[in-house]
Design a protein around this ligand. Structure first.
Ligand code: HEM
Ligand code: HEM
Length: 185
């Protein structure tokens, strides 16, 4: 396949980095959300619990950075045409899922950041503490965490649809959709 028939390499690389980071962030986030702080400490101990919180926040901030770069590579470079073309249904569903994923993956880290800061917790990124930007406000933090959870379920649903679509194109329709995002030749 000709290079112009795929997304440019940096965009494909960003896709897979965000995919891995988002799946990890969701897995850790849902574990922490499901158990809550106290039960996580009882089950896993203090050190591991802190590692999980720090990794989750770090992955989230990383996703925000990678998605910003990705919006640039998406807008600045030509998006290859589908060959063969998608039908109207496929085009509508895939474009909606892609746009919702872009939006949700930007909104989600901002919600997590604001919820954490307003709850009086540190916004950690690897070994650094990032500025919170908003002051402590417990009721606001609770609302923001509630939306952080809701958008989390939305992202999970979109990813399930997205992966089902990718497998459909790859294994059943056997068209070129998978190649457009593949890092392999
Ligand atoms: C795309 C990025 C992110 C995803 C997909 C994500 C996903 C999630 C999910 C699904 C939960 C579980 C919600 C629940 O069941 O209550 C969660 C919890 C949490 N998230 Fe995120 N998150 C992201 C970014 C962030 C960021 C950037 C921060 C902070 C800097 C953050 C801080 C937290 C905290 C502290 C919790 C635990 C809340 C609790 O203990 O109930 N998240 N996250
Ligand atoms: C095993 C997992 C995955 C596979 C096989 C896969 C496959 C693909 C393929 C083949 C495309 C190109 C579609 C097209 O050109 O029309 C694509 C695009 C896309 N994927 Fe995935 N993907 C996976 C995981 C993910 C995850 C976890 C996310 C989100 C966190 C994601 C977000 C996107 C987005 C937003 C696009 C739109 C194209 C763009 O980046 O501009 N993908 N994916």
């Amino acid at each position: 396949m000709h290079e112009l028939d795929r997304y440019i390499y940096p965009h494909r690389m960003l896709h897979w980095l965000v995919a891995v980071a988002a799946l990890l962030a969701l897995t850790i986030g849902l574990t922490l959300g499901f158990l809550g702080y106290e039960s996580t400490v009882n089950l896993l101990g203090n050190t591991l619990t802190n590692v999980l919180y720090t990794s989750h926040k770090t992955l989230g901030v990383l996703i925000l950075l990678l998605m910003t770069l990705r919006i640039i590579t998406r807008l600045a470079f030509v998006v290859p045409d589908h060959e063969p073309p998608l039908n109207t249904f496929e085009r509508l569903v895939s474009t909606s899922v892609h746009h919702l994923l872009y939006g949700a993956l930007i909104v989600m880290p901002l919600l997590g950041w604001a919820a954490t800061a307003s709850g009086g917790f540190p916004v950690e990124f690897f070994i650094w503490h990032l500025p919170g930007f908003i002051g402590e406000h417990e009721a606001l933090s609770e609302q923001l965490f509630m939306w952080h959870e809701r958008v989390g379920w939305l992202i999970l649903g979109l990813i399930v649809l997205h992966i089902a679509g990718a497998i459909f194109h790859w294994k059943i329709k056997r068209d070129n959709v998978m190649k457009r995002m593949s890092l392999l030749d």
